[in-house]
Ligand binder design. Structure first.
Ligand code: C2E
Ligand code: MG
Ligand code: MG
Length: 547
């Protein structure tokens, strides 16, 4: 573990030597020959020290002068001082915490030092884990790194227990505390032997450690741990952000912030449980913050535009349906594609506002065309996983489906495979209710998640959308040909229809035609287009039908 730092300030070399001899097994010792030297050392980083041993009579600046300056600068609140003197005078009044006299008695010296340090350590102890709290961690990390010229071999790690809220709800607060304690112990005893560990708030933990030579695979065990209590098992889902320390002047809190930022940027798609900080993350973070803060304004100013991409019947080549896709025509930044803002809005919980806006616009488009007696096709709206946690939103959607202005089956809903896997049982009831209203559920991006076949077995939906990553392998990879053929056949056996996404070439089209894929969506037929262009396409089709 990390040793604590003590500064010995005494003009007598012999006194300093005796103290060093008594203390250097247990502490890291720094020395100053007079008060001014002590102030110079502390000015660099007083937080790196746990205690000052201070003589009174010294040249240049005496002990009282040192106390005066420490008081003025507010250091005494966090850094205790023990006077080395048989008569400390009014040193207590001036802010000293204790004293011991020369000649030194080892027992007395050690007892006083331990008492004072443990008294101050209470400020630095977390009441749940009984380990360090945030302040304590910062102090100890400062001590450890103090004077280290090369910091590049160390890591700051930030851990977040992602499902802790669920653990607390299922297990109760006191068991929740027990889980936090156990996780803390697991970190302390982990194979990578962290130098310092702390719970800094709620379910967030930090570690300072040496960089491992063998990579970070050991984090898999830590991030997927399992606790049992009264026969109940809890699986913790933990994510970690790592900041490799650099040789620049940075406060410990800055290092924690960077590790935390890396954790927040974590993308579980890669299957790893950790993310390493890099400098572009800061820019991404700022951009994301801008997206969130400008979203509501953009929605009010109608900066969001709906595009429609036709989905063709493979046999007839006619428009069978369409997908509604959102674009942000930002006042300053121009057109932004959904890939850049949907994930951010999902994290911040705004995405449901946007999806509800899309549902309303699609409804308006369909109702208007129906009122004018024009051709309509079913249009599918993308729903995010977050939408299913928003009861009001689900209620509003069902309201629109029940109101009777849209014939059954005109508005459908796309849910990605991973979103489908994440929604809970009560949400499944809503999905069923939506289907009872005649709307179809399309499983989007099929084949990109982890649970494709489980999904086919367990979930009720109507249409499977083959992800474009498979379609783009047509003509390149014979194994993909076999997979596509089998999935199409299997879907038909299960009573599902199949849409191929991202169809770009005639080669794609003929493969899909030959293998019985029902519908085709992609640039080959049309890009997503503005509403009036899509309306023209439908009008054209209507004319041809009448001919
Ligand atoms: P998605 O639902 O899988 O939509 C298909 C994406 O593929 C669209 O990207 C579409 O423009 C693109 N695409 C269509 N044909 C082709 C092709 O032939 N080649 C290629 N390379 N791409 C093609 P887009 O519009 O950028 O949307 C990306 C994703 O953003 C969507 O993927 C969907 O998950 C999400 N999204 C879009 N609009 C909404 C929305 O209103 N609400 C929610 N929650 N998500 C949305
Ligand atoms: Mg979609
Ligand atoms: Mg898709």
């Amino acid at each position: 573990m990390v040793k604590q730092n003590i500064l010995i300030v005494d003009d007598s070399e012999i006194s300093r030597e005796i103290l060093v001899h008594m203390l250097d097994d247990e502490f890291t010792l720094y020395q100053a020959e007079n008060g001014q030297q002590a102030i110079d050392i502390l000015s660099e980083n007083y937080k790196a020290f746990q205690l000052v041993l201070l003589d009174i009579h010294m040249p240049v600046l005496d002990g009282y002068g040192v106390l005066e300056i420490m008081k003025q600068r507010g250091w005494l609140k966090e850094l205790p001082v023990i006077m080395i003197s048989s008569d400390p005078g009014d040193a207590y009044k001036r802010g000293a915490t204790d004293f011991f006299a020369k000649p030194f008695e080892e027992d007395v010296v050690l007892a006083r030092i331990h008492n004072i340090i443990s008294l101050y350590n209470r400020y630095y102890t977390d009441n749940v884990t009984e380990g360090l709290n945030r302040k304590g961690f910062i102090r100890k990390a400062e001590s450890f790194l103090h004077g280290k010229k090369d910091k590049t071999g160390y890591d700051m790690m930030f851990f977040d227990i992602k499902n802790f809220k669920a653990v607390n709800e299922l297990a109760g607060i006191s068991n929740g505390d027990q889980v936090l304690r156990t996780f803390y112990q697991d970190l302390c005893n982990a194979s990578f032997m962290p130098l310092l560990v702390a719970r800094i708030e709620a379910d967030h933990f930090v570690c300072l450690s040496r960089q491992p030579e063998e990579g970070y695979d050991f984090l898999d065990d830590i991030c997927h741990c399992r606790y049992e209590k009264n026969g109940k098992a809890f699986l913790l889902y933990v994510q970690c952000g790592i900041y490799h320390l650099e040789n620049k002047n940075m406060a410990i809190s800055g290092m924690i912030d960077r590790a935390r930022l890396a954790e927040e940027m974590h993308n579980s798609e890669y299957g790893r449980m950790y993310t390493i900080y890099n400098h572009t993350m800061k820019n991404v973070y700022i951009e994301n913050a801008e997206i969130s803060s400008e979203f509501m304004r953009g929605l009010e100013h109608e900066e969001f535009k709906l595009y429609y991409q036709p989905i063709m019947d493979t046999k007839t080549g006619k428009i069978a349906s369409a997908e509604a896709l959102i674009r942000w025509n930002h006042a300053e930044k121009g057109m932004i594609s959904p890939g850049a803002f949907i994930p951010v809005l999902e994290k911040d919980g705004y995405v449901s506002n946007l999806d509800m806006y899309v549902v309303r616009k699609v409804r308006e488009f369909l109702v208007n065309r129906l009122a004018e007696g024009n051709l309509t096709v079913p249009i599918s709206v993308n729903l995010s996983r977050i939408d299913f946690y928003d009861e009001q939103m689900m209620h509003n959607i069902l309201g629109i489906l029940h109101e009777g202005k849209l014939p059954a089956g005109k508005m459908n809903f796309e849910i990605t495979e991973s979103a489908y896997a994440a929604i809970e049982e009560d949400s499944n009831v809503i999905v069923d209710e939506i289907r009872r209203c005649g709307s179809k559920i399309l499983m989007d991006d099929f084949g990109t998640g982890y649970s494709s076949f489980g999904m086919l077995q367990d979930c009720d939906f109507d249409t499977l959308k083959l992800d474009m990553s498979f379609i783009h392998q047509i003509g390149k990879n014979p194994r993909t040909h076999s997979i596509l053929r089998s999935v199409i056949e299997l879907s038909h056996e299960l009573g599902l229809t199949v849409v191929a996404e991202g169809v770009e070439t005639s080669e794609h089209v003929s493969f899909l035609q030959q293998n019985g894929c029902d519908f085709i969506q992609g640039y080959y037929y049309s890009r997503p287009v503005e509403e009036h262009v899509f309306a023209d396409m439908l009008d054209q089709q209507e004319k041809q039908l009448k001919m």
